[in-house]
Each structure stands twice: as C-alpha cells, then as structure tokens.
Design a protein around this ligand. Sequence first.
Ligand code: ME8
Length: 518
Amino acid sequence: MGEPYYITTAISYPNGRPHIGHAYEAIAADVIARHRTAEGFDVRFQTGTDEHGLKMAQKARELDTTPMELATEMSGYFREMCDALNVGYDVFIRTTEPRHHASTQELWRRMEANGDLYLDRYEGWYSVRDEAYYDEGELVEGEGGEKLSPQGTPVEWTVEESWFFRLSKYQDRLLELYNSGDFIRPETRRNEIARFVEGGLRDLSVSRTSFDWGIKVPGSDNHVMYVWVDALTNYITGLGFPDETGDFAKYWPANLHLIGKDIVRFHTVYWPAFLMSAGVPVPKQVFGHGFLLNRGQKESKSLGNVTDPIALSELYGVDTLRYFFLREVAFGQDGSWSHEAIVTRCNAELANSFGNLAQRTLSMIFKNMGGVLKPGLPAAEADIALSDAVALGITGMRRAFMDLDFSNGLESWMRAVFACNQYVDEQAPWTLRKTDPERMEAVLMTLLRCVRSLALAVRPVVPTAIDKLLDQMGVAADAREYAALGDGDWLEALAASGFTLSQPMGVFPRLELPADEP
Ligand code: ME8
C-alpha cells in the first residue's frame, strides 16, 4: 500500500435536503480521492453530517419533530446523494454517534488539562444560521436598519454563563502556522485569515446553557459544547480518537480538509488552536473552495431557484455533472452553472471530442480489422509525435491535479484529445484502408494506445463511463490506476490473450437541453 492520504469534506447541516453546493464539494473531494488513489496513495475519505446546535434544534421545533428524528431523516438524504453521485467515501460520520461524544469530550478534557478553558459570562451577538459569534464591529446593517452578521444573517444578543477557550493565547502560533508552508489555500483566503488573526484574537465562548441539543461538557452537566467544537472534532473521531493507534496513527494529521469559503475561519483559526491546546498535531492543509452559483446567483428558497443535485444528475448523467463542475470552475473561485453551460461544455468536450475519438477508433478497428489487435507494426514519425503529445498532456493534467487545479488539468487533457483528433483527420485511416491497409492498421493501433492512456488519465473524474469504455477495450479491471500508464506492453499482452474488440457502444452520449429550459 502507498503513502496514506486523508481527505475530508465539511460535515453538512442536515436541517434540510442537500443542495447543489453540497454536491459540488462532495464531487470535488471524490475526484481528489480517486485521483490520489490512481497516483498510488492509500486514501481515506470521510464525509458526514453535523447534527447538533441551535440551528438543528430550531428547525426541528419548527417542523414539530425532534432534532434526532430530523437529523436521521436528512442525514439519510446526504448519504443517498453521495451514493447517487458516485462519491465513494470510506466513512460517513454522524456527530450524534456515541463514539463522537466520547471523542469530543476527550478533546475537551485535554484542553481543560492544559489550562485553556475557564468559566465566565458571555455577552454578545450570535447568529444561529452561521452558528457563529460576532463582535459588534463585524456586524453590518440590514435594509431595515437591523444588525446582521457579515454573512448577512440575523444575529441575536446573547447573555449566558459560558466556558471560554483561551484562543488569544494561540495568536503567535497560528500566525507561524500560516507563514510556514501552505496550510491555508488558496492564497487569497490565507491572506484574509492572517489579517484577521494579526488584528488580535478574543477568547472564544465554547459552551451554551440555554439549550441542550449538543455534547455535554464533562463535569458541567448544564452546559453543552458550542457546536463548532463538536463539529470540527469529527475529523479525528472518524479515525478512532482518542485511540491514537490504528487509523489515527496512520492517517492523522489529515492531508486535506476540503471546505467552502464561508467556514475557513473555523477550520484555520479555531480548529488548529483546539488541537494545539490538546496536544494533537494540526492538519496539513485546509482548502476553501468557492461557491457554486446558479447563473451567477446564490440558490435560495426565496428566489425559487433551488436545484436538487440528484435530479440534475439524472437529467445529464452523473459523469457529465462531475466533469462539468471540475472543468468549468477555477477551483478556489466561485463558479456558475446553467443548463446551457452544462450541455455546451460536455457536448463539445466529452461527446464530440473524446467520446467521438474513442468511438471512431474502436469502431474502425472493429469494422476494418475484425476487431483484431495488432501490436508491433512499424511506427511513423507522426505516430511517435502523437504519443509524445498525449504523454505531455497527461503529465500536465496529473501535475495540475496534484495541485488541485482541476480546470487547467482538464484543459491539458483536452489538448491531448485535440492532438488525437487532428491526427485522425491528417492520417485519414478511411482513405488508407484502400491505399495502404497496413499503415491504416498502424494508425488505428496508435490511436488505441492513446485512447487507453487518455481514458486512464481522466478516470477519477468520470469513473463510470471510463470503466465502460475500458471494459470494451479489454483493459483489466486491476490495471486502471496511473501505474498502468507506464506499461508499454499492455497491447502486446492483450493481443496475445486473443482478445478482440466487439461492436463498440458510445459512453458519452450527446446531451439535449430539456424542452422546458431556455
Ligand atoms: O457549514 N457552493 O454545513 P453546511 C459550494 N456544518 N459550497 C457550498 C455552497 C455553495 N453554494 N453552500 C454551502 C456547515 N457550501 C457546517 C460545517 S465542518 C466541521 C461543519 C459548502 O451544510 C459549505 O461551504 O452549511 C460547507 O463547506 C459545506 O457546503 C457544508 O455546508
């Protein structure tokens, strides 16, 4: 097994059904997990639901149910969404699980033993929607003159006895962390957070007494922990913490917490400070991706533009949606989707360029060579040049994917696809069939090798379609990771096994705009 690689998504609030932003994050994390697996890492991928806190308690009251029933029902939809989108997590954690209570209470005890928790009185602004405390100076004014959080959500004045965490003590160590290596990405978010921390940190209220839907503070039964203490701890609970052997020893510190831009502060200020206090190593990197917008607008119930990600994937296909999200959005920045953008992008690149290349290649071999594979034919200069161009495109893609730069990575892959299509047009195997059949066979075998390489490369993004293609090509199921790209003899071995191609079936159908969409 390769080097361990631990990736997590945020755990979602199950106070409603999953929306497209949840799908975007889950898909991006899954592509990273599959890509690292293809690169030979021993990947662990965790996602889940964040089930405590006032937001959940209030929603349950509104729906006349219990927070636990609400969480159980909605958490099931999040799991279904992952399954529907081919998001292959290893662990789906729910923060209401007993093991998570035990883990969070242990983290608390360690922070307390380190002298970082004290009892005092909290007076200040709280936003239930953000589950966040705000200073007066951070608030903005709403249209009716009311106070709003910097995220534009309502705040309420809160006064209660509370445990406090000595966040102020960690200012220097946090700044040191931001300055060494790339703990926070992208750079713009690193700068924002560094500026915030340089401005000085106030101790953080970490318990509540006015409601009880949360994890009890050890030795202080009338207090429940602030939901973010509990939520962040999920990342180590899932590895068996407080047992520090086994999975924890193997996978912690996490390589990557993938989260949205609105919760970077919790992950890069509070979380490392809690861990430093408890004597647990901090994660290696936090990446704050951008928001996915619907034609430039945030989806919301009031605008009536909320999209069910499962319905969208049923409309266009799961692979198509996955490709679109990663290709269209510059990772780290906000991105926009629309029906036209999905149809245009995926028809141009998946159906017309790569899909057509694969289909043409396989079907010409089937029709003109009876599906028989013929390795070992002499290679012309153009064949070598094409193989080099494809190798270059794939190297560029892999390098970009290692750096989480998916849109440029896929562009590099597309350049290799274009090179193949240009080669087909120039070599015109349909003409060679009559004039020089042996040369036609050499051209088709060159194309077959290139199609296989391109398919292996893009498999983490569109795994189902690529597996269907590789099945038709006789590529063994256990030879589909990137190590197989270096196997120059696969065609010889496959031909020697007596494999022949059958009538191929396209794997990237052309999409149509639904009749009721503009
Ligand atoms: O924040 N586009 O949960 P959540 C892209 N429970 N990503 C989006 C998005 C959009 N339009 N809207 C939300 C929480 N997200 C906490 C996390 S982690 C210990 C606790 C992202 O259900 C958001 O940024 O509100 C977050 O990363 C994830 O979806 C879950 O959001």
